[in-house]
Ligand binder design. Sequence first.
Ligand code: TXA
Ligand code: MG
Length: 323
Amino acid sequence: MTAGPRVAIATADAIDDAAGLIRAGRLVAFPTETVYGLGANATDDAACAAVFAAKGRPRFNPLIVHVLDVTGAAAHVLIDERASRLADIFWPGPLTLVLPRRADCRLSLLVSAGLDTAAIRSPAHLVARDLLRKADRPIAAPSANRSGEVSPTTAEHVAQSLGGAVDFVLDGGPCAVGIESTVLDLSAMVPILLRPGAVTAEALSAALGTEIARAAPVGGEDEGLASPGMLARHYAPGRPVRLNAAKRRAGEALLAFGADAPIGDGVLNLSTRGDLAEAAANLFRMLRALDQPRYAAIAVMPIPDNGLGEAINDRLKRAATPA
Ligand code: TXA
Ligand code: MG
């Protein structure tokens, strides 16, 4: 048996310790408003390499870099007028922008996985912000789970998924948004939505006054994908997932949605009110809770595809793609 990580409530003292560990090249998991991140000093090659090792993540899948604000971002990537406008409106918050690396960019090349861009976001969670301030470094942080698993929305999920592969876990309670940030590629003329999230395509399109293109999900593990994280199977529980289920079959668990859903043993409801934000916040926790050997599969009721529903359905489709 390997020892688990040290887990502590995110007090000011604990965040001081965590910042010291980041500066020393160690790995710290911390809460953000979306999901927990596995953080490392983004300017330290060895620390970034350790992130890939801890997650079992393929080296061609780049990492998101967290900064306090647009000034922090501008030290590493080129901020054009579109990026500046979106940062004004949506930062701090669940929006990641893929932008060209500056010629003098000090971010480890590992965070870009060979691309000439870097993905940057300014998280809103106060613990994440305090950690960034105290570490005084950009922090590379993918979701704090083993590669291919459902993203963690509590400190306990992080400890279960990564065990001793992470040095320290800051516990800030459950994540409010519950699904990973929206990823928008602004490195070319046409903005491309690489991953839907809480900042919706509609909101981005309205802010920019242009159409947003969508990247088609891909099935293979090819290198050189626009967003290598778009592997079709991702965010996956161990049990098969059956989508758009009108009702559950014998032996199945049910992930329900809305007021008219069945109740009972083996049923969890994402939102009895039919609220998409509540459903997103519950999604990964409930998928984990239903992912038990006593169920043959997890049936999922239909979720509306508008607004945040696009992000929820994106994660569910990936979870349902056979291994
Ligand atoms: O909400 C989030 O974004 C969380 C929290 C911790 O901030 N982080 C997260 O990171 O979800 P990760 O590594 O699990 O997802 C990063 C996504 C992947 O799909 C990756 O391929 C994409 O962002 N990405 C990162 N850098 C990129 C780049 N330079 N070009 C295109 N896609 C990039
Ligand atoms: Mg992830």
